[in-house]
Design a protein around this ligand. Structure first.
Ligand SMILES: Nc1ncnc2c1ncn2[C@@H]1O[C@H](COP(=O)(O)OP(=O)(O)OP(=O)(O)O)[C@@H](O)[C@H]1O
Ligand SMILES: [Mg+2]
Length: 312
């Protein structure tokens, strides 16, 4: 019962923040003041977290959320305190991949802050998917409402002591990406995800161009669904070969590693089990451990670089 009250409180809060955009000068002035206050709180809240990484692709369905959840688990197993912020408002899924059902809720405190939910092995999760009551609720939000929701999530989530915040982004180079690139202070960088196909490569290049224009570093690129190992030993490149390495070479971006296609990944994600923890000895889990170590080395030693993009 308490949980339900908390959930409705948060959804009302978002509805209200949209409504106040209309109205007279006083309403606009009040709203501007509120936005400035939230922005200051967001900056202060984010400054408490050492390393902030955003996982991006531009291309949909390439495994961004799976990669984000697996990296979170790998970093946590390697001893880091990790949080995951889901900014895919229109298709939140990472909470489920981490075993938390839609509509679970987040505890809203009297001071207006909210507590993230903890998933194994100690990953803190904040997502709009926890606040909507069920999967078939669609959030029909224009850009300013999304920017406002992001600002509030950055400002009001009580992450506690955290070393890494991983932000799961939707496809594209839209409002969510722009807001994150512009409003997270000291963003450590973006991690790019592609599958090996030419189509994916051509779209992921847009992400590189976007990040270059935002003057934010790229930590590296991961190739997901890279190959499939047949039970009788052959390796099949179902989606082609080499997109991530090609992009890495073309833009001088570190290639972080390749994750194979494994049907158990899809099964675990659908069942709300964390693949990385269920199959720690699998090739994919080992690849994630190596990638997590490379990420730690790059960001903790401040080695990530802003990509150089030729202006047209
Ligand atoms: N390496 C893999 N092997 C097998 N299945 C995978 C692999 N990576 C991801 N999947 C599956 O592919 C689907 C898409 O993955 P996911 O949702 O992580 O992609 P996404 O890029 O986040 O999508 P969106 O663009 O909608 O946010 C999911 O069903 C997931 O379980
Ligand atoms: Mg996703």
């Amino acid at each position: 019962m308490q949980k339900d009250a908390d959930k409705s409180l948060r959804m009302d809060h978002y509805r209200k923040s949209g409504e106040t955009q209309a109205g007279g000068y006083k309403a606009v002035a009040d709203r501007m003041k509120e936005i400035a206050k939230q922005q200051a709180m967001a900056t202060a809240n984010m400054m408490k977290i050492k390393y902030k990484l955003a996982i991006m692709s531009s291309k949909g369905g390439v495994g961004k959320s799976f990669v984000t959840s697996s990296l979170a688990a790998a970093l946590a197993v390697l001893g880091r305190k990790v949080g995951v912020l889901d900014l895919d408002f229109h298709g939140p899924s990472i909470h489920k991949m981490l075993g938390i059902p839609t509509g679970h809720g987040m505890l809203a405190r009297m001071d207006g802050t909210v507590d993230p939910i903890e998933a194994p092995p100690g990953i803190k999760v904040a997502s709009i998917g926890l606040l909507i009551p069920k999967d078939d609720v669609a959030l029909i939000w224009r850009g300013p409402i999304k920017a406002g929701a992001i600002r509030e999530l950055l400002a009001y989530v009580n992450w506690g002591p955290l070393e890494y915040l991983l932000v799961d982004l939707p496809p594209g180079t839209g409002d969510e990406h722009l807001t994150i690139a512009q409003s997270v202070p000291k963003l450590s960088g973006f991690i790019l995800v592609t599958i090996p196909s030419e189509v994916s490569k051509s779209v992921v290049k847009k992400a590189v161009a976007f990040i270059g224009k935002m003057k934010v570093p790229i930590v590296g690129i991961i190739e997901n669904m890279s190959y499939f190992r047949c039970p009788h030993g052959d390796t099949i490149h179902i989606f082609g070969k080499g997109a991530a390495k090609d992009i890495a070479e073309e833009y001088d971006i570190p290639f972080l590693g390749a994750i194979p296609i494994d049907p158990r990944i899809r099964e675990c994600n659908d069942a709300g089990k964390i693949f990385f923890l269920e199959y720690p000895e699998s090739e994919a889990a080992q690849a994630f451990r190596d990638i997590a170590r490379k990420i730690m080395e790059t960001v903790e030693e401040g080695k990530a670089k802003i990509p150089e993009i030729e202006e047209e």
